[in-house]
Design a protein around this ligand. Structure first.
Ligand code: WT7
Length: 566
C-alpha cells in the first residue's frame, strides 16, 4: 500500500468529503445513511448536481439531481408512514433497475424501515422463501412482476401492501396500491428517522450449502466502510461519472450502486438492460464514464469479442476499472491493460462483509490473478481449517478470515443467530473461501470452502436446486454442483438418480427442466443434467458433492476419508 500517502494528499482538499468523525457521531443526532446520500449532498451545495442518469432497455432516458432524489425519497418515506408502516418493518424492493428502485431504497431507510432488495428475475418460489423468512410487510413492484407476487400472496400472512409504481389506470387487486413516484406529493422537509449507528438498514439474502437462503442484516453505520472504500478502492471523486453494472438485488448493487456513490456526491449512470458488447461500449462512450465497476463474467464476454469493438468506440474516458464477485483471471487483467490501457483492479468482499475488504488499490502494482491486499483498517489473514490459527508461511493455502469489528460487518442472519455465531471461529470471521498470501501480502484466491456454486458472480446454493428437483415425481435423489464454463466460470450441473420404474431419456429431462424452471431463478437453472444410478455418499449418508465436482473439473478427488467426515 505504498502509495496510500499520495491519496491522502490528493483528497485532503475535498472538504465536503464525509469525515469518519462526523459520521461516527451523527450530524445533530441525525444518523441515517439515507440522509448522507441525499440531504447532506444538497446541504454541501450540490443540490443541482446530477445524481442519476438512467437509460432503459428501449433507449428511454431520465435524469435526477440530488435535490430530486432527496424530494422523491422524502415522498416515498411519507407515503410509507401514511400507510401505517413502522420503523424496523421489512419492505421489499422487487423491480427491474428503474429509477424507483434506487430512490425507494433511500425512501424506506428515511422512515426507519428495513429494506429488502430482491432480484427481479427471481421466480415465485425464490421470492416466497425470502419474503416468508423476513415476514416482509410491504413490497414495491411493477406490473411486469406483479404476477409472481399475486401467486404467493395467500401464503404470506404478513404481506399487507403491494405498492405498484407503474400501475397507471390499470385495475389492481386487493392489497395493491398504486404509487406514482413522479406524481407524489413533494415533501420539502421530511422528518428523517433518527436511526442511530446500530439500527438495522438493509437485509440481503445470500445462499449457503445447506438450508434456505439467509438474510444478512446490515446497520446504518455500514456507511462508514462503504463511503471510505468508494473513495479509496473505487477512487470515486465528485468529478467522476460512475457506472456500477450490478443489480441492487445483490449487495454490490446497493453498497456500490447506491450508498457508496451517492454518499460521495458522484454522478452515476444506470443501464437497465442485459449484456450486449456494443451497447455497453456505446453507453460508456456516450456518458463519458470514468469509473467502471463490473464483474469477471462480463469482462470475459467482452474479451470473447476481442479488441475490434473496443477500437470502434472512444474509451479514453475510462480512468479506473474495478471487478468483483468471482475470481478475476490473469488473462482478463492483461487483456484490459492491452485494450483499455489500464488493468482491471480486483476487489474481494461478500454480502456479509458489506464493503470491500481486499483489493488492488488504484495506483498499486497489480499482480494479474491476485486479489490485492487488505483495505486499511481490515485485518485479513488465512487460517488453518482445524485450529483456525493464522498461517505464517507465505504461499500456504488456508481459509480467508477477518478480525470482526469493521463498520459494515453484518450484524446477524435474520432469524438465525446460531448460523451467524457459527461463522466465527477462534475470534475470526471465517469467509468460507480459500486463499494464500504471498510474501508481499497479496492474496491469491483458490476457491470456495463449501458447496456453493458461483455462476457469473451469483451464489447459488445446491440445496435450492436439489429441493426443487426432489419435488419431481421421477427424482429419487439429486446433487447440484458447479461445472467449469469459459464465460460464467461455473454453471450448474445436476446429477439425478431416478425412482424405480423411470428410465432416463430426453423427454424426461425436458419434463424435469420445465418443472424446476417455475421454481428457480434463471441463474440457478442447471445447464446440464446427468442421470446416474446412485450418488456417492458418506457413511452417514451425506451426498459427496465435492467428489462429483472434482470429476467435472478434472481434479484429483484426493483423500475421500476427509470427505467422509464432512
Ligand atoms: C463470494 C461472495 C462481493 C459482492 C458480490 C458477491 C466470491 C467475491 C471475489 C473475488 C474471487 C470472489 C467469494 C465470496 N467472490 N469477490 N474478487 N475473487 N471470488 O457477494 O454473493 O455474497 O458472494 O463471492 O466466493 O465469498 P456474495
Amino acid at each position: 500500500m505504498g502509495n496510500i500517502g499520495s491519496y491522502e494528499e490528493k483528497y485532503k482538499n475535498f472538504e465536503w468529503q464525509l469525515s469518519v468523525k462526523e459520521l461516527e457521531y451523527g450530524k445533530d443526532g441525525m444518523y441515517n445513511l439515507a440522509y448522507y446520500c441525499s440531504e447532506r449532498i444538497c446541504e454541501k451545495g450540490m443540490a443541482d448536481k446530477t445524481a442519476l442518469i438512467w437509460e432503459g432497455f428501449q433507449g428511454n432516458k431520465k435524469k435526477y439531481t440530488y435535490n430530486d432524489i432527496r424530494l422523491y425519497s422524502n415522498a416515498i418515506a411519507q407515503f410509507l408512514l401514511d400507510n401505517g408502516i413502522k420503523p424496523e418493518e421489512r419492505i421489499c424492493l422487487f423491480m427491474d433497475r428503474i429509477p424507483e428502485l434506487y430512490i425507494s431504497f433511500l425512501g424506506v431507510l428515511k422512515m426507519g424501515g428495513i429494506v429488502q432488495p430482491l432480484f427481479s428475475a427471481f421466480g415465485e418460489e425464490a421470492l416466497f422463501t425470502r419474503l416468508e423468512d423476513a415476514s416482509t410487510c410491504a413490497i414495491f413492484t411493477t406490473m411486469k412482476h406483479i404476477r409472481k407476487v399475486r401467486k404467493i400472496l395467500h401464503k404470506l400472512p404478513d404481506l399487507k401492501y403491494i405498492f405498484v409504481v407503474d400501475a397507471g389506470n390499470k385495475k389492481l387487486e386487493k392489497f395493491e396500491i398504486s404509487f406514482n413516484m413522479e406524481k407524489a406529493q413533494l415533501n420539502e422537509k421530511f422528518d428523517i428517522y433518527k436511526a442511530g449507528p446500530e439500527f438495522p438498514s438493509v437485509l440481503h439474502y445470500t445462499s449457503g450449502t445447506t438450508g434456505k437462503p439467509k438474510g444478512a442484516m446490515h446497520v446504518h453505520s455500514s456507511l462508514i466502510a462503504q463511503h471510505i472504500t468508494a473513495k479509496w478502492a473505487l477512487d470515486l471523486t465528485t468529478d467522476d461519472i460512475y457506472w456500477c453494472t450490478a443489480d441492487p438485488g445483490w449487495v454490490t448493487g446497493t453498497s456500490y450502486g447506491i450508498i457508496g456513490p451517492w454518499a460521495s456526491g458522484v454522478t452515476q449512470v444506470v443501464l437497465d438492460s442485459g449484456f450486449n458488447t456494443d451497447k455497453w461500449y456505446s453507453f460508456i462512450e456516450r456518458h463519458k464514464v470514468t469509473i467502471w465497476y463490473t464483474a469477471p463474467t462480463a469482462i470475459r464476454l467482452l474479451m470473447k469479442e476481442g479488441a475490434g469493438p473496443v477500437k470502434a468506440h472512444d474509451m479514453s474516458c475510462l480512468r479506473h476499472l474495478i471487478s468483483v464477485g468471482e475470481p478475476l483471471n490473469a488473462e482478463a487483467v492483461i487483456w484490459s491493460q492491452e485494450v483499455f490501457k489500464k488493468p482491471f483492479h480486483d476487489s474481494y468482499w461478500q454480502t456479509e462483509t458489506g464493503a470491500i475488504v481486499i483489493t488492488n488499490f488504484p495506483g498499486m502494482t497489480v499482480k494479474p490473478g491476485s486479489m490485492g491486499t487488505p483495505f486499511p483498517g481490515i485485518t485479513a489473514v488465512v487460517v488453518d481449517p482445524k485450529k483456525f490459527e493464522p498461517i505464517e508461511t507465505a504461499g500456504t493455502v488456508g481459509l480467508i478470515a477477518l478480525k470482526p469489528g469493521w463498520p459494515s460487518m453484518f450484524r446477524t442472519y435474520w432469524n438465525n443467530k446460531k448460523l451467524y455465531d457459527e461463522k466465527f471461529k477462534n475470534g475470526w470471521y471465517i469467509c468460507g473461501d480459500r486463499a494464500s498470501i504471498d510474501n508481499e501480502g497479496y492474496f491469491w484466491f483458490m476457491g470456495r470452502d463449501d458447496d456453493v456454486i458461483n455462476t457469473a458472480g451469483h451464489l447459488v446454493g445446491p440445496f435450492e436446486i436439489e429441493s426443487a428437483l426432489l419435488e419431481h415425481p421421477a427424482v429419487a435423489e439429486s446433487a447440484a454442483v458447479g461445472k467449469p464454463d469459459p464465460v460464467n466460470m461455473e454453471v450448474v450441473k445436476a446429477f439425478i438418480a431416478l425412482k424405480p420404474g423411470h428410465e432416463p431419456n430426453a423427454d424426461l429431462e425436458l419434463d424435469i427442466m420445465n418443472f424446476i424452471r417455475k421454481k428457480l431463478s434463471p441463474l440457478a437453472m442447471p445447464q446440464a443434467i446427468e442421470f446416474v444410478s446412485s450418488l456417492p455418499k458418506t457413511r452417514s449418508g451425506k451426498i459427496m458433492r465435492r467428489m462429483l465436482r472434482a470429476k467435472e473439473w478434472g481434479e484429483e478427488i484426493g483423500d475421500t476419508s476427509t470427505l467422509e467426515n464432512d
